[in-house]
Design a protein around this ligand. Structure first.
Ligand code: ZN
Length: 95
C-alpha cells in the first residue's frame, strides 16, 4: 500500500497494512521502490514525521485525521490502541 500526503497528495512511502500496529511509528514506512532512501529518518517519532515534499505532517493537523491514513486505496483507518482492559485479559490467559 502507498502512503499519500493528505496535504500535498504526493506518494510518500510504501507500507504493509498488517504492520500498522499502534502506536504508529515512522519505521513502518519504507521507500516507494527498492534502492530509494527511507521516507522518514530512522527513529523519527510519527508525530515528527514530515512529508518529504511539502514538509508537513503526512496526516495533516486536523485531530479528526489522526485515526486514518491517506493511501493509494483511499482513506485507510488505523487499528485502535488496545485498551488496558483488553491487555489484562490477554495476560491472565493461562492462569
Ligand atoms: Zn506533502
Amino acid at each position: 500500500m502507498i502512503l499519500r500526503c493528505r496535504l500535498c497528495h504526493a506518494a510518500i512511502a510504501a507500507f504493509d497494512p498488517a504492520r500498522l500496529t499502534p502506536p504508529l511509528t515512522s519505521a513502518v514506512f519504507g521507500p516507494l521502490a527498492p534502492g530509494f532512501p527511507p521516507p522518514f529518518l530512522p527513529g523519527t517519532p510519527w508525530d515528527e514525521a514530515r512529508c518529504p515534499h511539502c514538509r508537513h505532517h503526512p496526516q495533516g493537523y486536523d485531530p479528526a485525521g489522526r485515526e486514518s491514513l491517506a493511501t493509494d486505496a483511499g482513506e485507510t483507518p488505523l487499528p485502535r490502541l488496545q485498551t488496558a482492559d483488553a491487555k489484562r485479559k490477554t495476560a491472565k490467559r493461562g492462569n
